[in-house]
Write a protein that binds this ligand. Structure first.
Ligand SMILES: Cc1cc2nc3c(=O)[nH]c(=O)nc-3n(C[C@H](O)[C@H](O)[C@H](O)COP(=O)(O)O)c2cc1C
Length: 164
């Protein structure tokens, strides 16, 4: 039930407290990403963890809708091997796993779009990312400094039993 509550309560967090996230927790969050389902168990992912303020600023200056990354304690950039047929879905599954794992630790996150973004090349150059990898997402992370509300579609609007 704990997981269900975490899933239902999670909201994207774009304001953070100054509290750092321990390396152990960051490692465990990435560990949860690594255990996500993937096409044919291909596990095409590579996770880049950034905690240095200057680098977070660099990313926030590049990411079109990710200016708040500079206030985060960390971010994880998800890359996948692009020769893999389902690299986008695989990377998205790992991203969501990490978002839920972070929520379980009381850490707020925001998924920042990273797929086919113009800033992909700049980030790859900055962090010496191998050419065969494709950026999938950037996840900002930090202890929450806000409690946002989000309107969600009611279940009856999106759920169909047996047929549409
Ligand atoms: C593929 C994807 C890309 C997203 N890109 C951004 C982004 O670039 N910047 C941002 O602030 N939020 C981004 N978000 C977060 C969404 O805005 C957010 O999930 C949505 O508004 C629903 O709010 P909630 O996460 O609080 O439920 C993205 C989410 C997804 C799944």
């Amino acid at each position: 039930m704990e997981t269900i509550n975490i899933l239902k309560k999670r909201r994207s967090i774009r304001k953070y407290s100054n509290k750092p996230i321990s390396k152990g927790i960051l490692k465990d969050i990435v560990d949860c990403g690594r255990l996500a389902p993937s096409d044919n168990n291909s596990q095409p992912w590579h996770f880049l963890v950034i905690t240095e303020k200057e680098e977070l600023k660099f990313i926030s200056n590049k990411a079109t809708y990710g200016e708040f990354i500079k206030e985060a304690a960390a971010c994880v950039i998800v890359f996948c091997e692009k020769n893999n047929r389902h690299h986008l879905e695989d990377g998205a599954a790992a991203t969501e796993n990490m978002i839920i794992a972070a929520s379980s630790y009381g850490i707020g996150t925001c998924w920042v779009a990273g797929y086919n973004r113009i800033y992909e090349e700049d980030l790859k150059e900055q962090f010496k990312v191998p050419r065969n990898l494709k950026m999938i997402s950037i996840i900002s992370m930090g202890y929450p400094g806000e409690e946002p509300y989000k309107q969600k579609k009611p279940l009856k609007e999106v759920l169909y039993w047996e047929t549409f």
